[in-house]
Design a protein around this ligand. Structure first.
Ligand code: SF4
Length: 443
């Protein structure tokens, strides 16, 4: 059997898909690059926006129509929603929560292989390897099949306890569960030994991680202290859990990248309160100041980057309240902000609120903020010109390499050298654009 995984949404879902691929391959399924050639399609879904949800409906519908015999599994954020199950019940063969993928997908594959094989050959299929190794193991113990051999996601927790008014995550993924620190460190050691250059710790709210007396800064220190050359990233942090200890740890640590993603979501205190974010704009700006001072203290002169998330058009957000988000963006020199036009999500607190900012106005607000971002990102990028940075090369196309700095800036560089993908090289930046940098490799 051949499989294809379609992943929607965030890094957490991409990381989950790496574990799903591992489960499928342990069951002797082979990946295919085109969904039309697959016998089994897995939709790893995202419920954060209506648009992502609609794409799942459309794609599942078309796939079933064009290929009535394909097996379809649906997992991720939408898998547990009753309304989604109702809409797709005749098109999807198995709905499974992400935490159960190991056992449920294995059982499903075995059952379907038996059925297929009986109908084709009238005998049971032969298996090349016993599969009991996947049963009864919990989700985190599945060893993922990483997308490449130099960058890896390592989930350290799942779920969320925060119940931000707009967010489906606590409903879709349940409450926070932190993974045992020993298990995370073991996984990090295995990756470092294999030569991975970049490890990204993942969680909906990484900085509320807790395993006994090991909190997130302590976990970060432990991984930072592992021998080997690698970059360490983490995503995503909540401002209410951004402690002084964590700020100091990030700034001091050699391996943690000079990159902090701190989602503010809105600049107006009343909106933040209704969003249930549990901090105000003043507190957020104080944190930014502390981060800046910590980098200046522990890595003087270093270039660091700050990024955020902002929702435009949250129910009831007035023009003046929106301008407070713009005000934050004028104050904080962001390198990137991921904007979201508010869309109501079932089961959330905001679902019952009137979605009273028009689509047109949401588009206008996003554009407005994007113009501010272009200015700060471009000004920051100009600081790179003439300086040398380590760049992790991610791919090559038409004689040009593409990679990223520790600060997550996209860099392109032409080079005739072969086999640089997956390597960290020294690059002198010669040109700054708004969204990327251009450089030349130095010997
Ligand atoms: S912190 Fe808020 S936005 Fe982030 S996952 Fe939890 S509920 Fe969602």
């Amino acid at each position: 059997m051949r499989y294809f995984i379609k992943t929607f949404g965030c890094q957490m879902n991409y990381s989950d898909s790496e574990r799903i691929a591992s489960v499928l391959e342990k069951n002797n399924l082979k990946p295919v690059e085109n969904i039309s050639k697959a016998d089994l399609a897995v939709f790893n879904t995202c419920g954060v926006r209506q648009m992502a949800e609609d794409r799942v409906y459309g794609q599942v519908h078309n796939l079933r129509k064009n290929n009535p015999n394909i097996k379809i599994i649906l997992t991720g954020c939408l898998s547990n929603r009753k309304d989604v199950r109702r809409i797709l019940e005749n098109k999807v063969d198995l709905f499974v929560e992400i935490k159960n993928v190991g056992t449920a997908i294995t059982k499903f594959v075995i059952a379907n292989e038996v059925k297929q094989s009986r109908s084709k050959n009238n005998r049971l299929p032969r298996r090349s390897a016993p599969r009991n190794d996947i049963y009864n193991k919990d989700y985190f113990k599945i060893i993922p099949k990483h997308d490449n051999n130099f960058q890896a996601y390592v989930p350290i927790m799942t779920g969320c306890n925060n119940f931000c008014a707009y967010c489906v995550v606590p409903h879709a993924r349940g409450r926070e569960i932190s993974r045992p620190a020993g298990e995370i460190i073991k996984e990090a050691k295995r990756l470092i030994k294999k030569g991975y250059k970049e490890i990204t710790l993942l969680g909906q709210n990484v900085n509320s991680y807790k395993d006994g007396n090991i909190n997130f800064p302590k976990l970060l220190k432990k991984i930072n202290n592992l021998p080997g050359k690698f970059w360490l990233r983490f995503i995503s942090s909540h401002p209410k859990d951004m402690s002084d200890e964590l700020i100091e740890t990030i700034a001091k640590s050699k391996k943690a990248c000079e990159y902090v993603h701190l989602p503010i979501q809105a600049g107006d205190d009343k909106v933040l309160k209704i969003m249930n974010r549990k901090y105000d704009a003043k507190h957020y700006l104080k944190l930014i100041k502390k981060i800046e001072l910590a980098f200046e203290k522990y890595k003087p002169g270093i270039i660091y980057s700050l990024t955020s998330d902002i929702i435009v058009g949250f129910p009831g957000e007035t023009k003046n309240q929106f301008l407070k988000s713009a005000g934050i963006m004028e104050k904080v020199p962001y390198d990137m902000v991921y904007f979201g036009q508010y869309s109501p999500r079932p089961n959330t607190i905001a679902w019952k609120m009137k979605d009273n900012v028009s689509k047109k106005e949401k588009v206008r607000r996003e554009k407005y903020l994007n113009e501010i971002l272009k200015k700060t990102a471009f000004a920051n990028n100009k600081e790179y010109v003439g300086k040398v940075f380590d760049v992790l090369i991610e791919k090559r196309k038409d004689g040009v390499y593409f990679g990223k700095t520790r600060t997550l800036k996209n860099v392109k560089l032409p080079s005739k050298k072969k086999n640089l993908v997956g390597k960290v090289v020294k690059v002198k930046i010669i040109k700054a654009n708004i969204w990327n940098l251009a450089g030349t490799m130095i010997k």
